[in-house]
Design a protein around this ligand. Structure first.
Ligand code: 13P
Length: 309
């Protein structure tokens, strides 16, 4: 049968979305044209909440693999697709289930909090999950006498450790390779060049230890987008992956946004392009399905997180 022709690729995606009864979720780091066609754009927390309540049959997750896994864990009756199977996360690859099991065997009464940037197998070994927007709340929720292990992001962990003043909190030394490209020297230069700009940073930033005390705000990606919209400031230095600037500029075309590093481009997030969304919906590929035995355990730390926030 001849393939139907569409005026634009966006029209084709909209038609396929209808046929498949699909919802498109896109992370704030996706390329602009994917954000524009998505039903929801947001941070890891917002997207997992949207996944949990959708009535669609198919979730096309435009983000990276651990995010699609979280959606699959929360919606075991749905089909979760990812446009490119190679869209992984170097941070989530830095911790393995056996690393958690080892710590637990040494700390039988301890509590493990995993950042959402972890595989389903790692989540299955953990007690609580958290995202950058609720990590502080989750850590404060855990009784103070409990030894706590925070994995895998060292910089988010040390930021929360400083904020909460918690002493018995051990940190895994993982980091995000994209945020590591943002240096405190570049931030210092931008601050000198734009003295009126507010400096906002994501807690995954490798330069947090040196620049954190200078930051006006340390925020999740979604909180950053809200903050720049509500703040009376006209200029912002934004320390996170550059994809975030798309929504910021759309919301406030008259404001100026300076990326802390033009090189802070996540190679995995950028594997998703519109053409792959068409193929995903046409062929119903690539399905992310977390095995039931893992999903049944991994859902507990996620549900505990969602009940706290
Ligand atoms: P948030 O969007 O939840 O702030 O975190 C983004 C992320 O996954 C960075 O690796």
């Amino acid at each position: 049968m001849a393939k139907q022709l569409y005026n634009t690729i966006e029209d084709e995606i909209r038609a396929l979305k209808k046929t498949r009864n699909a919802v498109i979720l896109a992370h704030n780091y996706q390329v602009g044209d994917i954000q524009d066609i998505a039903d929801f754009v947001g941070d890891s927390l917002r997207l997992s909440q949207e996944a949990a309540k959708t009535s669609a049959d198919v979730i096309l997750f435009c983000g990276v693999r651990f995010m699609a896994e979280t959606a699959s864990i929360l919606c075991q009756d749905k089909t979760v697709l990812i446009p490119d199977l190679e869209a992984g996360c170097s941070l989530s690859d830095m911790i393995r289930p056996e690393d958690i099991r080892k710590w637990k065997s040494e700390h039988p009464n301890g509590v493990v909090v995993c950042y959402v940037n972890t595989s389903a197998e790692v989540k299955a070994e953990c007690d609580y999950c958290c995202t950058s927007s609720n990590a502080e709340k989750v850590v404060r929720h855990i009784p103070e006498d409990k030894e706590l292990f925070f994995v895998p992001d060292y910089f988010l962990g040390s930021y929360i450790k400083t904020k909460t003043g918690r002493k018995n909190m051990e940190l895994w030394k993982g980091y995000c390779g994209t945020h590591a490209l943002i240096t405190s020297e570049a931030v210092d230069k931008l601050r000198a060049d734009h003295p009126k700009a507010e400096f906002i940073m994501h807690p995954e930033c490798g330069c947090t230890t040196k620049s954190m005390h200078l930051a006006d705000q340390v925020l999740s990606t979604e909180a950053m987008v809200k903050y720049t919209h509500c703040s009376p400031a006209k200029e912002f230095i934004v320390a996170t992956e550059v994809g975030i600037l798309h929504r910021m500029k759309q919301q406030d075309p008259a404001k100026k946004f300076y990326p802390a590093s033009e090189q802070a481009i996540c190679p995995y997030m950028k594997l998703n392009i519109l053409e792959k969304l068409v193929l995903s919906l046409e062929r119903m590929e690539h399905e992310i399905r977390v095995p039931k035995a893992i999903a049944e355990r991994a859902i507990l730390p996620i549900q505990r997180m969602l009940s706290i926030v």
